[in-house]
Design a protein around this ligand. Structure first.
Ligand code: PLP
Length: 285
């Protein structure tokens, strides 16, 4: 019998829509035990830090996150014996905050602009000044893209049952998802187009951030990305609401990715498009 942590990954790949002789497939990351793709990197970053001796049971992990990494770390931390403190923008959905607390984590809410500009530095300072406090740093930690390169992308390739892929669409937060999966898919399908989605500046799509704000996460391989779309928040929300009407309850970043998938579908006949639905919709109600 497996533990809950061994149930991280191996999420379903589903066919979402067909139009114009083209198909859209989505990897349903909300099926992870903590409800998002971030369970994968939480487990991998903790396991790697344990292996290299950086952290030990009883330590405190501090992490700035739009919520899902905080939920993942709190869940994994609860099982493996770590305290977790999470710095989050104050606009984070109440459900995410409550989930972090339910897993025994501490949620520190900061004003949105402060989060964007200073949360990483604040976490660094807290780790520097406190005994037994560690900052795993999903924006710089190569275990973030690596887990998607090694696991998420491999799962996708195995689930395709021999189909070719033409487009990969992913929302951009830390860039771990687009970099890790994009790199492996480009190796397998050299002609694939890698497309990123980010919010238009000064709008919020939870989980995503715009590199136009001036911060390009060190783990993000921008050269791998063929095109980046700036999307309005309203389009992301409308699309996720529309997906729910079709039986798929996911978050706004899934709506954002799906909107771009549909645009590509409309303009290209006979292509296979794959995207990631990073989390479940219950946490945004
Ligand atoms: C809901 C959601 N979607 C998308 C992303 C973006 O993923 P990544 O950080 O791998 O770029 C995140 C990241 O926090 C997220 O929470």
């Amino acid at each position: 019998m497996k533990t809950i942590l061994e149930h991280i990954g191996n999420t379903p790949l589903v066919k979402v829509e067909e139009e114009n002789n083209s198909s859209i497939f989505a990897k349903m990351e909300g099926f992870n035990p903590g409800g998002s793709i971030k369970d994968r990197i939480a487990l991998n970053m903790i396991r790697s830090a344990e292996k290299d001796g950086t952290i030990k049971k009883g330590d405190t992990l501090i992490e700035p996150t739009s919520g899902n990494t905080g939920i993942g770390l709190s869940m994994v931390g609860a099982m493996l014996g770590y305290n977790v403190k999470v710095i989050m923008p104050e606009t984070t959905s109440i459900e995410k905050i409550k989930m972090i607390r339910a897993f025994g984590g501490e949620a520190i809410l900061v004003e949105n602009l402060r989060y964007k500009k200073f949360a990483i530095e604040d976490a660094r300072d807290m780790a520097k000044n406190g005994a037994g406090i560690h900052f795993l740093n999903q924006y710089e930690n190569m275990n973030n893209p690596y887990t998607h390169y090694e696991n998420t992308a491999e799962e996708i390739i195995n689930q395709l049952e021999g189909k070719q892929l033409d487009y990969f669409i992913a929302g951009m937060g830390t860039g771990g998802t687009i970099t890790g999966i994009g790199k492996k898919l480009k190796e397998k399908f050299p002609a694939i187009k890698i497309i990123g989605v980010q919010p238009v500046q000064n709008q919020t799509i939870e989980g995503l951030r715009s590199i136009k704000d001036g911060f390009v996460p060190p783990i993000m391989d921008v050269d791998l990305i063929d095109e980046i779309y700036d999307l309005e928040e309203s389009k992301a929300i409308e699309t996720k609401d529309d997906l729910a009407k079709k039986g798929i309850l996911v978050g706004p970043s899934s709506g954002a990715a799906m909107y771009i998938c549909r645009e590509i579908c409309k303009n290209n006949e006979g292509v296979n498009i794959i995207t990631i639905f990073p989390d479940r919709g219950e946490r945004y109600i």
